[in-house]
Ligand binder design. Structure first.
Ligand SMILES: [Zn+2]
Length: 441
């Protein structure tokens, strides 16, 4: 006999009830952690709150309440951070876990592609991600492996499966530039050297590279829209454009079709404008944003990921063309940042760690942002809720609120009074698991 419509509906209802029941049973059995927060900066609100109780069930935040009104669930593991400032796990949206600084005396960039075996690079990337987590960075958008192929996809898998500690990774794999648009360079033309990015020429190759990278696990696509830079005749920062408008449009079109986004390295001028006309979702570095670029970013909702710290490193001597350029990069960057902030461009925290050795502090970027006029609370939001928005994970990451993933950090002082406190993270929880707790009770 054929089952009637009512029969089918009865079966559907019964199975649905069974699924809901087992979910509820699982939720009840998941371990409960209670954090007593002396001060809470939730990553989204304008001001901090005091004496808060955060209840975490499994890997999710269940509730956030005033301590006076809070009821601690029985059998909960209680973490006393009542003398600390609690914040959401921090997010760096511009890192390179496969790069180990570019210190010229240690061989700079080139030695890493020419002489470091891949397994050695992967081993050091494993250390880099652990270093990030130790410093309270529970999420990274890692914007290319610099010649290490799809290694970032492998490191992400090892973290997600629990083999190694590390942040949640959003990876871009190889990145894309053009002939003449990325190192290694300066070798004899007869010698074939590896390139730090996938090289394309023409919209067909551009689209194919994006397809390959997305097929192999890229969460984002990264494109270099400018390359060399120098001081122009009128003392302005000039940068060499790389991809044509047709090339970047092919990449953006393909990537958006996969429901993913495109991050564009762009310093200034023609390449920056092609990036915006081509529909890039985030401008990386953006050293010299002219007024038209700022207006277009506001209009299109393009993200700005400034990266100050890295441009303070390894300056050439003052009275050389390179030395003048290095100093102009820093001063132009500060002006662009102020302009973007004033116009209301969406800004997310990024450092270019990897360009900076992983032995250094990621949080060194915060005081540069506040020095150029951003409030400490906005600097914190750029590395929490705003960064989560860039990653399309608003409400899930970068916030201490019910329903969000339980990525929680704490410092002992007040980062709103001294932003450098963010360089002294004492407590780190990722996905409901305590990774480090050095808070004095
Ligand atoms: Zn970078």
């Amino acid at each position: 006999m054929m089952p009637t419509f009512e029969d089918i509906m009865r079966i559907v209802r019964a199975s649905l009830a069974a699924v809901l029941f087992s979910f509820a049973a699982w939720a009840q059995s998941a371990p409960v952690t209670v954090i007593r927060a002396g001060t809470l900066i939730d990553g989204k609100s304008d001001s901090a709150r005091h004496n808060q109780v955060i209840v975490i069930r499994g890997n999710r935040i269940e509730s956030v309440t005033d301590a006076a009104a809070a009821q601690t669930p029985a059998a909960a593991n209680v973490l006393d951070l009542s003398h600390a400032t609690v914040l959401p796990g921090l997010i760096d949206t511009h890192t390179h876990i496969f790069l180990q600084g570019e210190e010229p005396s240690e061989g700079g960039y080139d030695v890493q592609l020419l002489k470091f075996p891949l397994a050695y690079r992967a081993a050091r990337a494993t250390v880099a991600v652990r270093r990030a987590l130790e410093q309270g960075f529970t999420t990274l958008r890692d914007v290319e492996t610099e010649g290490a192929g799809y290694g970032d996809v492998g490191i992400k898998q090892a973290i997600n499966e629990g083999h190694i500690p590390g942040p949640r990774l959003f990876v871009v794999t190889r990145a894309i530039s053009t002939t003449g648009g990325y190192p290694l360079e300066g070798y004899a033309p007869e010698i074939e050297v590896p390139k730090g990015a996938q090289i394309i020429d023409g919209p067909v190759e551009a689209r194919k590279a994006a397809r390959e990278q997305l097929d192999h696990g890229a969460d984002w696509i990264k494109v270099y829209m400018t390359h060399r830079s120098w001081v122009g005749k009128n003392g302005e920062l000039v940068s060499q454009p790389t991809l044509t408008l047709d090339e970047i449009k092919a990449i953006v079109d393909e990537t958006h079709g996969w429901g993913k986004k495109v991050a564009c390295h762009a310093y200034s001028g023609i390449g920056l404008h092609r990036a915006l006309d081509g529909g890039c979702d985030s401008i990386e570095h953006g050293l010299d944003l002219d007024d038209a670029a700022v207006a277009q970013m506001v209009k299109q909702g393009t993200w700005y990921v400034p990266t100050f710290s890295v441009y303070y490193k390894d300056w050439s001597p003052e009275n050389t063309p390179e030395g003048k350029r290095d100093r102009l990069r820093v001063s132009a960057h500060g002006q662009s940042f102020k302009k973007a902030m004033k116009a209301g461009v969406k800004i997310a925290f990024g450092t270019d760690m990897g360009g900076i050795p992983w032995t250094e502090a990621i949080a060194q970027e915060f005081p540069h942002m506040t020095e150029f006029g951003m409030s400490p609370m906005d600097a914190i939001r750029s590395a929490t809720s705003r960064a989560a928005e860039l990653l399309d994970r608003q409400g899930q990451l970068g916030e201490i609120r019910p329903g969000a993933l339980a990525d929680v950090v704490a410092v002992e002082g007040d980062p709103l009074r001294d932003i450098n406190e963010l360089g002294r993270v004492r407590f780190v929880m990722k996905d409901g698991q305590v990774f480090k707790n050095e808070v004095h009770p």
